[in-house]
Design a protein around this ligand. Structure first.
Ligand code: SAM
Length: 508
């Protein structure tokens, strides 16, 4: 048994596949009628896939590579004890330094590339101070704000699988990789974008808890590559034994969708939504900017009880409050220093001297915020503010929770309620408008519509882009005026029918 310290295991995403799982995978590939002439295991570790491939595909030549020479010695030792070891070539190498096109070109086809690449993200490696990362890493070409707000963080396995797929492009072969479901999807998006010759693909869900003791949405991603084939739909199966897919994802109308049948059913509701979805406020300094109301002041994240004027304090809700419907008695407050992005903050000194002194006291925390969006901005700046932030009524949802739960947010103690940047909302001018928006968003059609776009395994399944797809005016016409009026009357909002009827007419 080889000892790998915890830090190294994390940096190298080192979770060896149990033989039971690798054997299930190779048997599944055989059942598909696939018999490779050559096999590559690009990060072979202690060789789980090498040994099951030797059993299942006894005729194939097998190449195993890993960065860790101790693992290769172990595999070599085990191989020397079995007969067919002459078919296996082991090499110590760094994935990021190998020319994968060349590797693939030199092999007899069809090729199987199989394995379980490291389970770690680029930002985790950066935090660990590690170097196991590709030099040219912006695979999806993120630009501007996206690179600053964390979108450019990626899974190392995603980068590796894309490199391998690029190498297989135009040849005949199968890529079978254990990875996160989200990684499989991103690889497919890349394949479509770069016109990689994919014949078919499928995802089989894996219980990562059972096999790796990890709580991740994991899968086996099988991608069959064949010259001159360009098919980017992918069926998702619940297990190795299921014949009927639970979901069909893929490209349609030049976009990647999460559920093709639902998308086809409701795509006529996509449109230019005149109601714009907004994000909550971003400040990246919870301990200073968020406080809990006490009888005799406000408690900040450092445990300090402070006195502040009311001017810049707003009742606030977080994602978890929306998800758990804790929206009535609000005791959290956010200091909102600006009414619009870039607004001068120096007037706080006159308007609210106590708040100014408080912000000055904690200025170094605000100054040291990692995100570059705060650079060259007035001091104590926040992000994601505009007139919509201060609308008295809102209909909001959390981006993080795996449920479509929209909430109607009323003003609290005479002030508009603000949300943090993990939430999205539609501002509304009145209670009636908010009630109409909620009745539209809570409708089963809306749920089916959004299910065709949402990947529930994603870290933030609900995004502004997804929410914005639905044209509420088209939805209004689809449901029809009389039905909506009926729904609204039974919605416990206590709004007189005449007023609702009038506002609904205006809305349409
Ligand atoms: C998740 S483990 C899987 C090992 C093996 N494929 C299996 O299925 O049991 C990931 C492996 O990737 C190897 N690895 C990590 N970074 C690598 C790199 N840059 N080049 C080659 N191998 C690497 C680690 O040493 C580790 O053995």
């Amino acid at each position: 048994m080889i000892e790998v310290n915890k830090q190294r295991r994390r940096e190298f995403g080192d979770f060896q596949t149990p033989n039971e799982l690798s054997s299930k995978i190779t048997c599944h590939l055989k059942q598909l009628g696939f018999f490779p002439a050559s096999i590559i295991e690009p990060t072979c570790g202690t060789g789980s896939f090498i040994f099951t491939c030797l059993d299942t595909f006894s005729e194939a030549r097998i190449i195993g590579i890993d960065i860790n020479s101790n693992y290769l010695n172990l595999v070599s030792e085990k191989l020397s004890q079995i007969k067919k070891s002459g078919k296996v070539e082991l090499r110590q190498g760094n994935f990021f330094e190998l020319d994968w096109q060349k590797e693939v070109e030199g092999l007899t086809k069809p090729i199987l590339i199989i394995g379980n690449p490291p389970w770690v993200t680029s930002s985790e490696i950066t935090i660990l101070g590690g170097a196991n990362i590709p030099i040219k890493s912006n695979i999806h070409g993120f630009q501007g704000l996206d690179t600053k707000t964390g979108k450019s963080n990626f899974d190392i396995s995603e980068w590796m699988i894309i490199e391998l797929l690029k190498a297989l492009n135009g040849h005949s072969g199968i890529l079978a990789m254990l990875c996160k479901v989200a990684v499989a999807r991103k690889v497919l998006i890349y394949a479509k974008k770069e016109k990689i010759s994919v014949f078919s693909s499928k995802v089989i869900l894996i219980d990562a808890k059972e096999y790796f003791g990890a709580s991740v949405d994991a899968c086996l991603f099988i991608c069959h590559v064949k010259p001159a084939s360009f098919n980017y739909t992918c069926h998702i199966y619940e297990s190795f034994d299921s014949n009927i897919p639970i979901q069909e994802i893929g490209y349609i109308d030049e976009r990647m969708v999460a559920n093709i049948p639902l998308y086809k059913k409701w795509r006529h509701l996509i449109g230019n939504n005149t109601h714009i979805w907004r994000s909550g406020i971003k400040h990246d300094c919870t301990r200073v900017m968020e406080l809990l109301k006490q009888e005799n002041g406000f408690l900040n994240g450092f445990g300090e009880l402070v006195s502040l004027e009311d001017n810049y304090l707003y009742p606030m809700l977080k994602s978890s409050d929306l998800a758990n419907n804790r929206i009535k008695n609000i005791n959290r407050r956010m200091i909102v220093t600006q009414k619009s992005i870039g607004e001068d903050t120096s007037s706080i000194q006159q308007n609210a001297p106590l708040t100014w002194e408080y912000l000055k006291k904690y200025a170094h925390f605000l100054l040291n915020r990692a995100s570059s969006i705060y650079q060259n901005r007035p001091q104590f700046s926040v992000f994601g503010v505009g007139s919509y932030t201060f609308s008295s009524w809102k209909v909001a949802i959390s981006g993080f929770y795996k449920e479509l739960k929209f909430r109607l947010i009323k003003p609290f103690e005479g002030k508009p309620v603000v949300l943090d940047d993990t939430c999205y909302f539609l501002p509304a001018k009145s209670h009636e408008e908010a009630a109409i928006l909620l009745s539209l968003l809570d409708h089963p059609i809306t749920h089916e519509f959004y299910h065709s776009f949402i990947y529930w395994d994603a870290k933030r399944p609900i995004t502004k882009q997804v929410l914005q797809q639905l044209d509420l005016k088209k939805l209004f016409r689809e449901i029809s005026y009389p039905k909506l009026l009926d729904i609204l009357q039974h919605s416990n909002q206590n709004i007189p029918r005449d007023l609702l009827a009038y506002k609904l007419k205006q809305f349409s």
